[in-house]
Design a protein around this ligand. Structure first.
Ligand code: HAM
Length: 440
């Protein structure tokens, strides 16, 4: 008989009071989700390797100045969302809110400019943003990030977008679409911003309060406003695409042609400007249509031809994208996409008695080192239980080591399909298993 309900609740309450909960917006990643993470990383790695990307890791903590200069002082990330603090030595540090700035710092610092260009790097790891916790926004989240540094050709932009698209497609996600725009360069953008400001000047009073502030600090971000009254005004606004210089126009045209060749469906979105200040020319997001949230950006990026210089290096062209891992996994679950089963063990090693348990560990290492997919259940002792588990694991063979076998230098192999078992010399265990597994 269980405890009465009231006592149970009291016990639960006590445990809750003692438990130190995680920081809001930061979550544990539990074993039941391993299959999703593995699957996403498998495809990311597959395409990364195929296109010659090499792995790079940068520290989780960087100097705050790096992000302020790189992402832009007026961006939402820098002005509202960074986890920043002063350390015991008085240095201003920030938990990285994105990969790109840190990677470019590393590129400059380690003289990667002297390597054959472009330098193609990819990364996977946690990022931190103090955003308002809501669906699809975590304060600790993960990105798979790709950067191509040191090449100006439009094919690179297309490669980056299509690579991210293919990864999402391989995962089985439905209803994803690429949103793409060009926001020009240091030559054509200022002229467009002036045209845009002139257009808004007469309509300023009808804009929302946030957009009025954006007008002063970062006018292009007005284009991003989701409020209906601003949307109505923006529907008549001049589009940056009509104000690109020849160079940016040609570049964008070619990016789209490359995307057409690989049959990527894209939507030209004149309002896409991105919230980080370092972008030039092509910007893109990959959206998932979502019944409840409307659109969710599963990945975003663009070209950033001025960032290396801005962070103290020489003029270097670059382009990249980051995929939001938690958001992708959320969509995989929502769409009920089945993950492939993990490769199961072929052999279960059963041990009976103290002496056999002592010897078993060494034999198991020998099997692992010979690429035999083996598992064990050291926490169970009875033969019946261990055989029962072998059945439920659906292993092809069990090997059984008891006291007698240890003393005789033998081991028993049982074929779980036929039930036939045989005692063999322990020295023959590995070749025998290999032979049988090859034939099974
Ligand atoms: P971003 O748009 O800030 O770009 O983030 C990229 C992706 O990370 C988003 O599309 C989204 O899927 C995911 N993400 C962003 N914030 C959160 C959050 N709070 N919770 C969960 N997921 C989130 C960048 O970070 C750029 N560094 C991308 C880039 C790489 N540009 C060039 N190279």
């Amino acid at each position: 008989m269980g405890r009465p309900k009231k006592i149970k609740q009291e016990v639960k309450q006590k445990i809750k009071q003692k438990l130190i909960l995680p920081v809001r917006g930061m979550e544990d990643i539990l074993s039941q989700d391993e299959k999703y993470w593995d699957y996403l990383l498998f495809f990311s790695e597959k395409y990364a390797r195929a296109f010659g990307f090499k792995k790079i890791e940068t520290p989780v903590l960087e100097r705050t100045e790096l992000f302020v200069r790189g992402i832009g002082v007026n961006s939402d990330i820098v002005s509202k969302e960074m986890f920043s603090f002063q350390d015991r030595g008085g240095d201003n540090l920030t938990l990285r809110p994105e990969w790109t700035a840190g990677i470019i710092r590393a590129y400059i610092q380690h003289g990667m400019l002297n390597l054959p260009q472009p330098v193609k790097v990819y990364s996977f790891g946690p990022l931190f943003r103090h955003e308002r916790p809501q669906a699809g926004r975590w304060r600790q989240f993960h990105q798979v990030n790709f950067e191509v540094i040191g090449n100006r050709q439009p094919v690179i932009d297309a490669q980056i977008v299509s690579c991210a698209w293919k990864i999402l497609q391989k995962l089985g996600l439905k209803n994803i679409e690429v949103q793409i725009n060009s926001i020009g360069c240091g030559i054509c953008r200022p002229a467009y911003v002036q045209v845009f400001l002139d257009f808004l000047a007469k309509r300023r009073l009808r804009l929302c309060d946030d957009c009025k502030k954006r007008l002063k600090k970062n006018p292009l971000r007005v284009l991003d406003c989701k409020r209906e009254k601003c949307q109505i005004i923006l529907s008549e606004a001049p589009q940056i695409i009509d104000h690109l210089c020849d160079n940016c126009h040609q570049h964008f045209k070619q990016v789209l042609e490359y995307l057409d060749e690989v049959e990527i469906v894209y939507n030209l979105n004149p309002k896409l400007v991105r919230g980080l200040d370092y972008y030039t020319k092509t910007v893109f997001e990959i959206w998932q249509k979502d019944d409840i949230k409307g659109k969710v950006a599963l990945g975003s990026g663009g070209r950033y031809d001025d960032l290396v210089e801005l962070l103290g290096g020489k003029k270097t062209y670059a382009c990249g994208i980051a995929l939001g891992v938690e958001r992708i996994i959320e969509q995989i679950k929502k769409q009920n996409i089945l993950m492939p089963e993990k490769r199961k063990a072929d052999v279960l090693f059963i041990q009976l008695g103290e002496l056999a348990k002592k010897k078993a560990l060494k034999h198991i290492y020998d099997l692992i080192e010979n690429d035999i997919n083996v598992c064990e259940i050291f926490h169970k002792d009875s033969i019946k239980t261990q055989l029962g588990i072998a059945n439920s694991l659906k292993v092809k063979f069990v090997v059984i080591l008891g006291q007698k076998e240890v003393l005789d230098g033998t081991i028993l192999i049982r074929d779980m399909t036929t039930g036939v078992q045989e005692i063999i010399n322990i020295e023959k265990l590995i070749p025998e298993l290999k032979k049988r597994l090859n034939h099974s």
